[in-house]
Design a protein around this ligand. Structure first.
Ligand code: SIN
Length: 340
C-alpha cells in the first residue's frame, strides 16, 4: 500500500481516504478502555498505517484529513466541506472511489446527506468503529480494510456504509446499538452484502439513485432541483443560509409547547417522530396543524426502529415516505434549501 498525502502521480487508480474523526480515530489513556476515550484524535494517515495489509496492487491510497470531530458535533459547515471534497475527488478520472472514516453516532445522517447531494456514480464508502484506535482489540482496522474491499469492487457505486463486515446502503443504514461492535442495521430492507476475507458477497444490487428517489417522495419532489441543491451545498459562491428544521417526538403526555415555540422562533420545517404508525397526541397534532397553517413544512415519521408509517388518504400531516426522523429532516432541509 502506498499513501500519498496530496498530489496525484501518474498511477491510474486511486482510492481517496477522507478522515473526519470518530471513535475509529479515538484515543484512550489505557488499551483496556473501550469507552473512556476522546474521539477524533488519530490522523487518517496513521489509521491507514494500521491496515498495512491492504495489498491491492491496482490501487494507491490518497489520505486527506477533512476534520477531526466526534460525530455528535457534525454540522452543516462540515457537511458542506465534506461534500465539496468528495465532489472534487470524484471528478478526478484517476479516482476510483472514496472511503470516509466517520464516527458511528451520525454516520447514517452523513451517508444519507452525501447520497442525496452527490448521487455518486463511483462508490463513497463510510466506515467507523465502536472501539477506539488505542483499544486492545480495535474494530477500526478491520472495518477500514472491509471498506477498501468494497471501494475497490468493480461496479460498486453510491454511498455505502461498512461496519462489522456488513455493507449497508445510505437509504437504510441506522445505528441501532449503543455499544456492540455490530452497531448498525438496514432494517427490513436488509444488507446490500457482506465482506468476507476481503471478498464482497452481494445480497442485492448496489442501491441506485432511482431506487433512492423512488423511496423518498419528499426529496423526489425536489429532484428537478438536485443540481441546484448540489451547487448550493458545494459551491461557496452559491451558499445560502440553512433552513431551520427540527425534530419533535410524540410520547405519553406530549403537548404542543415545543412546536409553538419553534414556530415563534421562525422554524421552516418540523419532522415529528410519532408513536407506532406515526400517531400523535391530540395536543401535539393540534400544534403541528397550527404550524402547517402558518407555512411550516411538517413530515410525520415514526419513532419505531422497524416499519414505516402506513399513510391513509385522510391524513392531515404528510408522512415521511419511510424515512427515519433524522433522514426525513435532511430530506426536508435540502428541499427547503433549494426552494426559491
Ligand atoms: C462519534 O460518533 O464520533 C463517536 C462515537 C463513535 O464513533 O462510535
Amino acid at each position: 500500500m502506498a499513501v500519498n498525502s496530496g498530489a496525484l502521480d501518474a498511477q491510474p487508480s486511486r482510492i481517496v481516504v477522507l478522515g473526519t474523526g470518530g471513535t475509529i480515530a479515538g484515543r484512550a489513556s489505557s488499551a483496556g478502555d473501550n469507552i473512556g476515550y476522546t474521539a477524533g484524535e488519530v490522523g487518517v494517515s496513521q489509521l491507514l498505517e494500521s491496515i498495512g495489509g491492504f495489498q491491492d496492487g491496482a490501487f494507491r491510497l490518497v489520505a486527506e484529513q477533512v476534520a477531526q470531530v466526534d460525530s455528535k458535533d457534525m454540522g452543516f459547515a462540515l457537511w458542506q466541506q465534506l461534500a465539496a471534497r468528495c465532489a472534487h475527488w470524484l471528478a478526478q478520472p484517476e479516482v476510483a472511489a472514496i472511503v470516509i472514516t466517520h464516527g458511528t453516532d451520525t454516520l447514517e445522517e452523513t451517508a444519507y446527506f452525501l447520497q442525496a447531494v452527490l448521487d455518486p456514480a463511483k462508490p463513497i464508502v463510510l466506515t467507523c468503529a465502536m472501539r477506539p484506535a488505542t483499544a486492545l482489540v480495535p474494530d477500526g482496522p478491520q472495518n477500514l480494510l472491509d471498506a477498501m474491499a468494497v471501494a475497490s469492487t468493480p461496479g460498486a457505486h453510491g454511498v455505502l456504509a461498512v461496519c462489522a463486515g456488513n455493507i449497508h446502503g445510505a437509504q437504510d443504514v441506522q445505528k441501532v446499538h449503543s455499544y456492540k461492535v455490530d452497531a448498525f442495521s438496514s432494517g427490513e430492507a436488509g444488507l446490500v452484502g457482506v465482506v468476507e476475507e476481503g471478498r464482497v458477497r452481494m445480497f442485492r444490487p448496489w442501491p441506485s439513485a432511482i431506487d433512492f428517489y423512488k423511496e423518498n417522495r419528499p426529496l423526489a419532489q425536489a429532484e428537478i432541483a438536485r443540481e441546484a441543491i448540489k451547487n448550493i451545498v458545494i459551491n461557496a459562491a452559491a451558499a445560502r443560509a440553512w433552513p431551520r428544521v427540527e425534530i419533535v417526538l410524540n410520547y405519553a403526555g406530549a403537548n404542543g409547547l415545543l412546536v409553538d415555540a419553534l414556530v415563534a422562533q421562525g422554524v421552516r420545517g418540523i419532522v415529528v417522530a410519532g408513536t407506532g404508525n406515526g400517531t400523535l397526541h391530540l395536543d401535539l397534532q393540534a400544534a403541528l396543524l397550527r404550524a402547517m397553517a402558518a407555512g411550516v413544512r411538517v413530515l410525520r415519521s415514526t419513532r419505531c426502529v422497524f416499519g414505516r408509517v402506513q399513510a391513509m388518504p385522510a391524513d392531515a400531516i404528510p408522512d415521511a415516505q419511510g424515512l427515519s426522523p433524522v433522514k426525513a429532516r435532511i430530506a426536508l432541509l435540502l428541499e427547503l434549501l433549494a426552494a426559491p
